[in-house]
Design a protein around this ligand. Structure first.
Ligand SMILES: Nc1ncnc2c1ncn2[C@@H]1O[C@H](COP(=O)(O)OP(=O)(O)OP(=O)(O)O)[C@@H](O)[C@H]1O
Ligand SMILES: [Mg+2]
Length: 630
């Protein structure tokens, strides 16, 4: 349908509401409920709702209902008679009830998480069907978005990006994988033996997920890092290379998890490895490791850690990670687990500590053996500190608390270096086609999060999502409004909430939260809860989130302790020493804080022809769909 036939939404107040009018009104349990007006009285109407209640409501609080919505809903929301929140939600609900999870809003695709396998949506036949079909000709589908990006790229020589946005658990990563599978289908080569580039691109997903995903309270396979995958094509449209760019991994999870969450999948996979690996890595039950047993959740019902271990190994083979490298990778993962079990007690002297007991010493030995470093040096690196004084370097001891902080810092550093190494290795193995001038990028980041307790990690994740939301506002609304201007359509009904003020609050210098953090507030999006000295609340585009600032300064710090670096740089294992290059090389990287790195990494421009808005229906996230005026 041409945009000329779109009907702008009318506020109910401007419509004639009469006895017999069908309307929507707010409901505290159902969000919206429909009903029929049976009496009007000045500015109020009396309504019989469809769930049997009789209510009186102000005319300004109701919205007209379209009574002629077809049973399958409407596949493009721009064609809804009334474009308001209940109309949009109802349309999606009607479709979802029939397992129709995709709906367009112009060239944006809204996908609802089905939480069940719907094979007809992803089978090869479906891919064939969408190949080359005109956009809008077939039912809304994620393949149609990928197809249009690919064709634009081929016909106009334009590179494209697809942005997948939505809250945690909404289904972004699953959708990203479908997009990548479809692009591999379009640009794949016939198999000539060996590994194809597209196979390697696809198999990079399980590897990254094993090391970068974890169970959270919102999602059993939550991405704890952001990912931008650039797929490169040659002139004939075949995939010729790829580049994976990741955004900071949530490091704190390595040593601190809240019940009933889990640590990164790879720890549990490794504890369920074949006996031979378990023996050589001196592993045991996952619940015997401090980094895993802080949570009551060790096992996930639907996941076999033993099978996933083998699947991860197999994916590593496909992407070209050698057996030798795999052995070193898992040895380092095991070392992190042992490291977490090295506990300390007070030493004889003041502010000193010693290894707690025989058990802790066993783990100290195991860590040193697996990292192939000197056991005495490892112990010293944890319980002693070198201090530069005008008289020279002196060595002091630290108390058990500081030794534990040092241990956890080392574990986080080892794990995040390992993750970065994996990403670099995947890139090196897949290969970057430097001659390619056409590519499709797919952005899948950690979704917006709001938990009971929110900390530094949530601030970073939600800041990233604010950035994306701003990008969405700036590009999509501007694009739409330009189109409406061209078509001479009155677009004044599209009001979107500009989120620049939230971004200023977080990133502006001076005075923004990140600036404050890096150095040691009158903004309507910010407030301080009365009963807490350390909490603050930000009114985000997706809702209000209260953050606990207690550990912010510590969590923002990202430097490698010199003693740790020297220790591991001297490892007899070249893989381990490679993770910790010389102090000189690393000082450049360690200058910036984590929050600053978040800020910088999301400042690059993204081209946006198509956007997916991913929805988790269970959480009624659509009540917060940010880009419709209501
Ligand atoms: N298209 C789909 N078909 C079937 N199940 C799905 C689909 N999309 C999502 N799911 C289910 O929902 C879960 C969460 O999806 P996913 O991991 O993609 O969320 P996400 O948006 O990436 O969340 P996060 O921001 O936490 O990474 C999946 O593990 C899967 O069980
Ligand atoms: Mg994800």
């Amino acid at each position: 349908m041409s945009p000329n036939t779109r009907t702008p939404a009318h506020p109910a107040a401007t419509l004639k509401i009469v006895v017999g009018s069908h309307i929507w009104l707010e409901d505290k349990d159902l969000v919206w409920i429909d009903g029929e007006v049976f009496r009007t009285e000045g500015q109020n109407v009396h309504v019989h709702t469809t769930n049997g209640k009789t209510v009186t409501v102000s005319i300004s609080d109701i919205h007209p209902k379209d009574t002629e919505v077809p049973s399958d809903g409407i596949d493009d929301m721009t064609r809804l008679s009334y474009l308001h929140e209940p109309g949009v939600l109802n349309n999606l609900a009607v479709r979802y009830a029939k397992n129709i999870i995709y709906t367009y809003t112009g060239n944006i695709l809204i996908a609802i998480n089905p939480f069940q396998s719907l094979p007809h949506l992803s089978e090869p036949r479906t891919m064939e069907k969408y190949k080359g079909a005109n956009f809008g000709e077939l039912d809304p589908h994620v393949f149609a978005i990928a197809d249009v990006s690919y064709r634009q790229m081929m016909n106009e020589g334009k590179s494209n990006s697809i942005l997948v946005s939505g809250e945690s658990g909404a289904g972004k990563t699953e959708t990203t994988k479908m997009l990548m599978r479809y692009l591999a289908f379009l640009g794949g080569r016939s198999k000539t033996g060996g590994r194809t580039v597209e196979q390697q691109v696809l198999e990079s997903n399980p590897v990254l997920e094993a090391f970068g995903n974890a169970k959270t309270v919102r999602n059993n396979n939550s991405s704890r890092f952001g990912k931008f995958v650039e797929i490169q094509f040659d002139k004939s449209g075949k995939i010729s290379g790829a580049a994976i760019r990741t955004y900071l991994l949530e490091r704190s999870r390595v040593c601190q998890i809240n019940s009933p969450e889990r640590n990164y999948h790879c720890f549990y996979f490794l504890c369920a490895a074949p006996l031979e690996d378990i023996k050589s890595y001196k592993l045991g039950d996952p619940s015997s490791f401090h980094y895993l047993n802080q949570s009551t959740c060790i096992k996930l019902d639907e996941i076999s850690d033993a099978k996933e271990y083998l699947a991860t190994r197999s994916a590593m083979n496909t992407v070209g990670i050698t057996e030798q490298e795999q052995e070193a990778i898992f040895r380092v993962v095991a070392a992190v687990l042992h490291l977490g079990n090295i506990s300390f007690v007070k030493g004889r002297e003041a502010d000193s500590s010693v290894i707690k007991d025989e058990k802790a010493r066993f783990h100290l030995n195991a860590t040193a053996e697996l990292l192939m470093c000197d056991c005495g040096n490892l112990e010293n690196a944890l319980i002693k500190r070198k201090i530069n004084t005008p008289e020279g370097v002196i060595t002091t001891t630290v108390d058990p608390n500081s030794a534990t902080v040092s241990r956890d810092g080392l574990a986080k550093q080892i794990y995040s270096q390992l993750f970065d190494w994996l990403v670099n290795r995947l890139n090196a193995s897949i290969g970057h086609d430097t001659s390619s001038d056409r590519l499709i990028g797919v952005l899948d980041i950690y979704g917006f999060e709001s938990f009971k307790t929110n900390s530094f990690e949530q601030l970073c994740i939600n800041f990233t999502n604010e950035k994306l939301q701003q990008h969405f506002n700036q590009n999509v609304f501007k694009m739409e409004q330009e189109e409406y201007n061209r078509e001479q359509i009155d677009w004044s009904y599209i009001e979107f909430v500009d989120n620049q003020d939230v971004l200023d609050l977080i990133e502006k210098k001076p005075g923004g939260i990140i600036a404050l953090l890096d150095e040691a507030w009158n903004n309507k999006r910010f407030c301080k809860p009365k009963l807490s000295r350390t909490a603050f609340t930000i009114q985000h585009y997706a809702g209000e989130v209260t953050y606990q600032s207690d550990q912010f300064l510590d969590k923002n710090r990202d430097y490698v302790v010199v003693e740790h670096q020297e220790l591991l740089n001297a490892s007899k294992c070249s893989f381990v020493s490679g993770l910790f290059p010389s102090v000189l090389e690393n000082t450049k990287a360690s200058k910036s804080s984590i929050a600053t790195r978040f800020k910088v990494s999301f400042s690059y421009p993204i081209i946006t022809p198509a956007i997916l808005y991913q929805v988790d229906w269970r959480k009624k996230i659509l009540t917060k769909v940010p880009f419709f005026s209501t």
